[in-house]
Write a protein that binds this ligand. Structure first.
Ligand code: CDP
Ligand code: CDP
Length: 207
């Protein structure tokens, strides 16, 4: 198990996907699971900041994350969500509120732990090295300056209040974003994606 955590738009998904490809492992994007729950909660018309209403709505949502071509997708009630749905403005604005509800986290963390029985994984998110797999020997924390992260997200054509999401993710009581104990920090503000992937593989001594 390789865990990769970090703040919004730090490069986690791209790095985790490429590390998994190079090492022949399955890539698991846990942010997309929280995004899918958020998409479904919003479909039910619930206010994302009303934790009781979110809890009630989430209890009725059927979420699965099948592995297709070496990476996880997310399905709600059997339908695979598109990248456009997962990364829409309303989902970006609401996801950190949904992700701080204990029952939502409990369910998704249990699901993420169960995926480990499928074989070696590269799993990325916010709490993978700290909470989901704290005993993993291979932990990375990917960082980049806020300016670089905002400009990379903008270059993707996405509207995303990353500073606000980071603030909520770092301040929540349950599984806040932290540098996990034992994690190696890689700041990729001024290096390319390929260089960041090389660094991850080198520091984990997996090449
Ligand atoms: O890709 P980006 O960094 O923009 O976000 P993401 O990884 O798709 O995660 C979206 C949101 O889900 C985060 O801002 C967190 O609120 C939540 N999340 C979480 O709480 N725990 C995780 N393991 C993964 C994501
Ligand atoms: O998953 P997360 O939100 O942390 O970041 P991402 O979606 O993997 O990366 C955000 C954007 O930054 C993508 O378009 C990456 O290709 C780009 N990126 C980059 O240009 N150089 C890097 N060293 C890392 C990411």
């Amino acid at each position: 198990m390789i865990t990769i955590d970090g703040p919004a738009a730090s490069g986690k998904s791209s790095i985790a996907r490429l590390v998994a490809q190079r090492l022949g492992r399955t890539y698991v994007n846990t942010g997309n699971m929280y995004r899918a729950m958020t998409w479904a909660v919003l479909q039910s018309g619930v206010d994302p900041q009303d934790a009781d209403a979110v809890r009630a709505a989430a209890a009725g949502i059927v979420i699965e994350s099948p592995v297709v071509d070496g990476k996880t997708q997310v399905c709600i009630s059997g339908r695979t969500l598109t990248d456009a749905e997962l990364n829409s403005d309303p989902v970006n604005r609401a996801v950190s509120f949904i992700a701080r509800v204990d029952e939502v986290r409990d369910r998704l963390v249990a699901y993420q732990r169960a995926l480990a029985s499928a074989g070696p994984l590269v799993m990325e998110g916010r709490d993978i090295g700290s909470v989901v797999f704290p005993d993993s020997p291979h932990k990375i924390y990917v960082d980049a300056s806020e300016e670089v992260r905002a400009s990379r997200r903008g270059a993707q054509g996405l509207s995303d209040q990353i500073a606000e999401r980071d603030r909520i993710d770092k301040q929540r009581k349950n599984s806040p974003l932290v540098i996990p104990a034992g994690a190696i920090v890689i700041d990729n503000s001024h290096i390319t994606l390929d260089q960041a992937v090389d660094q991850v593989i080198a520091v984990l001594q997996l090449s």
